[in-house]
Design a binder for this molecule. Structure first.
Ligand code: NI
Length: 275
């Protein structure tokens, strides 16, 4: 089995000091690829640093809505520059969080729109954080949406109606361990209608440990297997088939290479042909 954790925060302090062991446990559990997500300039730089250290490690960089109040012109210039790095596969997470409102709503909207513009200019997909701001998020995507690459609603915890709106726009939906929680019946109903070619998996670690490991305070990529099993069952699919399908979806969405070894082989074949 080969799964990709499409949204983890391996640079956060709960995981950063132990990342080698975290990844070893992840590989042992079948989660063999990772997209580590930056949330502010400091974590964006650290995320890119991590991609240089590990195979199958990629980064998405962005400014979280919590930090929207700190977005300066310089920060955006740096973001655009860093986003052109070889292993940066998306802009995000970016979006709106009207639950906490750590930044004022106009600041959040502005920062989100500015990052969508960068994504469009660089032809990168976007990882959207949306909490208690569904209509406003859709409005901004409508107005400033990338137009080229699709977007994914990460840590989806909305209703089937909202899932349908997201899918109708051509967007993708990604689920965390939240879908395994007892009180997440609406999210489960939503998951049922998301086809596997539009569905991705993530931990959002260090947060959101899935059941039956919810008591484990620090979530990590290895635990994503529980979410995969749960969703495979919900969709009445074989775990191996489900894993293969969502991994293919993730690779296509983020334009990840099929497998490094195959690529090397391709290059050799091409060389032989030239000879
Ligand atoms: Ni996150």
């Amino acid at each position: 089995m080969e799964l990709i954790d499409t949204h983890c925060h391996l640079t956060f302090e709960q995981l950063a000091d132990d990342v080698e062991n975290v990844l070893a446990r992840s590989r042992a559990g079948g989660v063999t690829g990772w997209i580590t997500i930056g949330t502010d300039p400091q974590h964006n730089r650290k995320a890119i640093e991590l991609t240089g250290k590990f195979e199958n490690m990629y980064a998405a960089i962005g400014i979280h809505p919590h930090d929207a109040k700190d977005v300066t012109a310089d920060a955006l210039t740096e973001l655009k520059e860093l986003a052109q790095g070889e292993k940066v596969v998306a802009i995000g997470e970016a979006g709106l969080d009207f639950h906490y409102n750590f930044s004022k709503q106009p600041d959040q909207k502005r920062a989100f729109a500015q990052q969508l513009k960068i994504a469009r200019e660089l032809n990168l997909p976007v990882i959207v954080h949306c909490r208690e701001a569904f209509d406003e998020t859709m409005d901004i995507l409508e107005q400033f949406g990338p137009g080229v690459k699709p977007v994914v609603f990460h840590c989806f915890s909305g209703s089937p109606e909202q899932a349908k709106i997201v899918l109708d726009k051509g967007f993708y939906i990604s689920f965390t361990g939240v879908v395994t929680f007892k009180n997440a019946e609406l999210t489960r109903q939503a998951a049922k209608i998301v086809p596997v070619d539009r569905l991705m998996l993530e931990t959002d670690c260090p947060y959101m440990s899935p059941e039956p490991m919810r008591k484990q305070k620090v979530n990590e990529p290895a635990l994503m297997v529980h979410t995969a099993k749960y969703l495979a069952e919900l969709k009445q699919m074989d775990l191996a088939d489900f894993a293969q399908a969502v991994t293919a979806t993730s690779k296509a969405f983020f334009s990840l290479p099929e497998a490094p070894s195959t690529r090397a082989q391709d290059i050799r074949v091409k060389r032989d042909l030239i000879k």
